[in-house]
Design a binder for this molecule. Structure first.
Ligand code: URA
Length: 237
């Protein structure tokens, strides 16, 4: 069950304010009765909601997990570059849902987990700095790493324009590490390593919040995620 105004705006009928006005103007019916309260609860599976006599189907959001290859930009369109939507198209996503966008950005040369959705609320939950969502990256650098860098990362690296929040560094081998950060500033991981004297030569995102890059998903391929929902919560699986 959800509020009628939310149901209508999610379905693309108008902004939350516009749809409230449509309801108050008598343009919306629920099971053939003119709706009066924009806050009334409707169930898309059981109730028939219509706007100006035309049924409004429930919004069914799309959630995609892409293993982003290098050489494409995290944008929906670009005059020169190949975009992640081009990659999805080449991988067989047809049609590309209208309004699909990447949840955050990876650099053109970064590979790995990139979520795409047309659900703005879901994206906000993952991107809002207040939610402190962990992002895990696998990094290769050009010079040997040392244990003392774990402490430096954990203290919070000072960059020219901001101080990073504490980050977790796991050294995997001389030139390889896993780093977990809770922010997502522009080029952040590359800048953190540069500040400690290393140039990142490859960067791959392994996880973001509850989502992990499946080991068997090749670069350039995607999986659709499903949403499980009940009256109280929705969960993407
Ligand atoms: N940090 C970077 O420097 N680049 C990315 O693509 C992601 C995080």
């Amino acid at each position: 069950m959800e509020r009628l105004d939310k149901y209508l705006s999610n379905a693309g009928i108008g902004t939350r304010k516009e749809v409230k006005d449509f309801v108050r103007s008598g343009l919306v019916t629920v099971d053939q009765d003119i709706a009066k309260d924009p806050g009334m609860k409707v169930d898309g599976k059981k109730n028939e909601v219509s706007f100006k006599g035309v049924p409004v189907l429930p919004f069914s959001p799309t959630y995609i997990l892409l293993n982003k290859p290098a050489g494409c930009v995290s944008a929906t369109e670009d005059p020169r570059e190949r975009t992640v939507l081009d990659v999805l198209s080449e991988a067989g996503l047809d049609p590309i849902p209208k309004g699909l966008f990447p949840v955050g950005r990876l650099d053109k040369d970064t590979t790995g987990l990139l979520l795409l959705t047309d659900d703005g609320e879901f994206a906000h939950e993952l991107l809002s700095p207040k939610k402190h969502v962990d992002k895990v990256y696998q990094v290769t650098v050009d010079t040997p790493l040392s244990e003392k860098e774990k402490i430096i990362f954990n203290k919070g690296i000072v960059l020219s324009d901001f101080t990073c929040q504490p980050a977790k560094l796991d050294i995997l081998s001389e030139y390889e590490a896993k780093v977990t950060i809770r922010e997502g500033k522009y080029h952040q991981v590359k800048r953190m390593f540069l500040a400690t004297g290393h140039t990142v030569t490859s960067l791959k995102r392994l996880g973001m919040g509850d989502f992990t890059l499946p080991d068997d998903l090749p670069e350039g391929k995607f999986v659709r995620l499903k949403m499980e929902s009940n009256d109280h919560e929705k969960k993407i699986i």
